[in-house]
Design a protein around this ligand. Sequence first.
Ligand code: DXP
Length: 254
Amino acid sequence: MSALTIAGRALSSRLFLGTGGLPSLVLLEPVVAAAEPGLVTVSVRRTSSTRDGGLLDVLRRSGVPLLPNTAGCLSPREAVMTAELAREALGTDWVKLEVIGDEASLLPDAIGLVDAADQLVRRGFTVLPYTTDDPVLARRLVDVGCAAVMPLGSPIGSGLGVLNPHAIEAVRAAVDVPVVLDAGVGTASDAALALELGCDAVLAATAVTRADDPVTMAGALRLAVEAGYAARRAGRIPRRTTARASSPMTGRIA
Ligand SMILES: CC(=O)[C@@H](O)[C@H](O)COP(=O)(O)O
């Protein structure tokens, strides 16, 4: 599978993994090994511990690049401060920007998101914003300098997959930066569909952390992303409303 590049950095996989919510830290290492993700997101609030065997320690040993996020931030100010803390703590100026409108829907606050993205780009961050599946908003985020956009397939943790495939295609068409489907993936076919629709990568958390068997699901998502990317490049056949024989009709015995 050809490499995905974001902001000049080549990533080894088109699957990104969210780490919060695993039922046991013991699962983290095998999950990461099965997923072989290109990036692993970490919430700065939840990773204050750097002790041996802690979340950060395990992730660092895995060698997968870390992508700190601003999970749970409800205002641009809070998100910018959290990103600065992450830069200091983790030594990276990449940030997955989340500015949430409310704690019930967990939907992005579009206005706060553009404001925070603008501030962070000016402060030298490489910003990957979690956004809605709105192509106009995606363009605004690119206009202020975001390195990628991360539209939701459906609400965080819902497992509903890609609710509006046409909107995801519209986001893809609207911007010239990588598009990473973020949120709502429930199982492997959701991830494959995202790539088939033209997304460059997929971020999944709950699909793995709440699966009956997180390690096996992590491996399934890795394969699904590869399959979806290959299918996109191969080009799907057009949908038809009528039958068309798949074998030639010549040589039939009358
Ligand atoms: C924005 C956000 O928090 C998502 O990245 C979340 O981590 C992943 O969403 P799922 O848990 O639905 O995969």
